[in-house]
Design a protein around this ligand. Structure first.
Ligand SMILES: *[C@@H]1O[C@H](CO)[C@@H](O)[C@H](O)[C@H]1NC(C)=O
Ligand SMILES: *[C@@H]1O[C@H](CO)[C@@H](O)[C@H](O)[C@H]1NC(C)=O
Length: 370
């Protein structure tokens, strides 16, 4: 045996777990493999392990595209099949992870009834105070009736169970969200550098974005959640921000950016270590995603009592401008917050807004052109 091969085998034998996950769809994460006909009663799944790779609990329907509920067409987000969770129903999958690492879960969900529907995504077992998040599936941000959502967690165990649970509380058996396309990705949590005192200021580190869809990923408010799917950042206030990729949208820098799709109702913030009395420069890019979101847009940045408004006139075809705020730190921790002053809407009625990217914070000492 060659020395290199031997070392590789030794490495594989020592760290087998390292090879257990790659970014992307979970096994049968899009539910294309379904139950045997004997495990279905109409659309209802009758055995706990009938859907390959998944375990179910409660009233779960296996939906094929073209399925009607009364007069309404139930939308399957991707491929031919999806599942619909009745009240208090769950789907679960065990995954092998690297203990101590951070992950994000991306999934698509659509609602079927007018009522608010809520999904609780949790990861067990955990030694964290909290390893779950609730997603309200209410305002549909896209025109096609479903959206992608993302959350983040830290793996406390080498094997965890991902549970997607409908906590909606709507007793009507025909109500309950449709779930499809469940994916996992490793979050890097790269360190801050002297080139940028902010973590993940360019939003490159974030949840999995499906390469074949052009609708972005909603990141819901995660104020109480210790593990954001967007490392470094907290989505504040009531509504989600949207995570965009450069394959389908125009982004000012790199491959990823965020779009404020809910006006003042969504904000993102980061808390940074600062030295009291020191001068800092905050700079950022504001633009549009080349997604037909037109009109005048304004992004506000807040640092303590200082604020700056950056206006941008969007033609809906991509492009950006830059904003800057110089401030003096008044404490050892400074909160930097961004939001959009206005709502914007596309002609099809879906919500949209300005894009934020390339957020940098420098201590003035490091500036080449002070
Ligand atoms: C979400 O699920 C987790 C795990 O089952 C549970 O501990 C938590 O209380 C649930 N949260 C809500 C709001 O239902
Ligand atoms: C995460 O880290 C890996 C390995 O260093 C790198 O290839 C990848 O580009 C990083 N991703 C992001 C989003 O920073």
């Amino acid at each position: 045996m060659q020395k290199l091969e031997f070392l590789l085998l030794l490495f594989l034998a020592t760290f087998p777990i390292t090879f257990s996950i790659t970014d992307g769809l979970l096994p049968n994460g899009n539910f294309e493999l379904g139950p045997k006909p004997s495990q279905l009663k109409g659309k209802v799944v009758t055995a706990r392990d009938a859907i390959p790779e998944w375990t179910i609990s409660g009233f779960v329907e296996y939906i094929r595209s073209g399925h009607k509920q009364g007069d309404m067409m139930v939308i399957v987000p991707e491929g031919d099949s999806a599942v619909r969770l009745g009240n208090e129903a769950s789907i679960m999958q065990k995954v092998k992870l690297v203990k101590g690492m951070y992950y994000s879960i991306t999934f698509s969900a659509g609602r079927t009834c007018a009522q608010d529907e809520k999904i609780n995504v949790s990861v067990t077992p955990t030694s964290e105070k909290r390893n779950w998040g609730v997603f309200p599936i209410q305002t549909v941000h896209s025109s096609h009736g479903w959206d992608f959502y993302a959350c983040g967690f830290k793996a406390d165990h080498p094997e965890v169970e991902i549970v997607i649970h409908n906590t909606g509380g709507d007793e009507h058996p025909a109500c309950g969200p449709v779930i499809d396309s469940v994916a996992l990705a490793v979050l890097n949590h790269s360190k801050r550098t002297n080139g940028n005192l902010l973590k993940n200021g360019d939003f490159e580190d974030g949840p999995y974005v499906f390469p074949n869809t052009n609708c972005g990923v909603l990141i819901p408010p995660n104020m109480d959640d210790p593990h954001s799917p967007l490392p470094g950042w907290i989505v504040e206030s009531l509504k989600s921000v949207k995570y965009l990729d450069s394959d389908h949208f125009s982004v000012p820098k790199g491959k990823r950016a965020i779009e404020f799709v809910a006006g003042k109702e969504s904000a993102i913030a980061q808390i940074v270590r600062t030295q009291t009395g020191k001068i800092y420069d905050l700079s950022f890019a504001v633009g549009d995603a080349n997604n037909a979101c037109e009109g005048s847009m304004t992004v506000e940045a807040f640092v303590g009592t200082e604020t700056v408004k950056v206006s941008y006139d969007s033609k809906g075809k991509g492009g950006f401008t830059r904003g800057r705020l110089r401030f003096k730190a008044v404490s050892s921790r400074t909160r930097i917050t961004f939001f959009s002053s206005f709502y914007s809407m596309k002609i099809d009625g879906s919500l949209c807004g300005p894009v934020l990217d390339d957020v940098k914070l420098l201590s003035v000492r490091y500036l080449r052109h002070p």
